[in-house]
Design a protein around this ligand. Sequence first.
Ligand code: TYD
Length: 209
Amino acid sequence: MSRGLWITFEGGDGSGKTTQAELLRAALEGAGHSVVRTREPGGTEVGQRIRDIVLHSRGSLTPRAEALLFAADRSHHVETLVEPALARGETVIQDRYLDSSVAYQGAARSLGADEVRELSLWATGGALPDVTVLLDIDPRIARARLDAADKPFDRMEAEKAEFHARVRDAFLALAAAEPGRFLVVDATLPVDEIAGEILARVSSVGGRL
Ligand code: TYD
């Protein structure tokens, strides 16, 4: 049995990752593929508890503690859920992975992109996705979408505009450094146009699909 394809979605808060990940799942399942949908933080039971701490704890949490918690979630998630699914030949479609840590903790929280990337690579034994879709959007437009959704903000969403601008710049730099893995899509395009671009890229690398 050949190894499955691993696709991650990245982007700022309010960029539409979840919508696009669901559309891709529907398209691939419609074509007869077996798909596992998951996310970080919180793709496992342990991860759910970590998600609650990093996104919803009240008081302060040091930036390094935050980075370690995301890395702990990632380590457990990859070893117990992602790798076994890929080994079974299934396609994994995942909201967020280590690029989020590099952008949020490494760049926006100023811990250092290289250090944070190394931490995640250590946590996961160096696992990297086959395709990473970056939904790029001006954080001011994304913020208007989040405001319209009228849900309480988590710890990251509550950060100021400058923080989210740093996240965006970091994601774009990551995509420029690894054009083979990343597909950058303008997240303000119509939903079905974005979905079409993503499916085209996934199909082109999906010899294993
Ligand atoms: P997400 O699940 O996309 O939020 P929601 O389901 O509310 O749309 O992401 C949760 C937040 O966690 C998001 O603001 C980004 C942040 N995050 C990091 O800061 N570092 C990480 O490594 C990951 C995976 C997420």
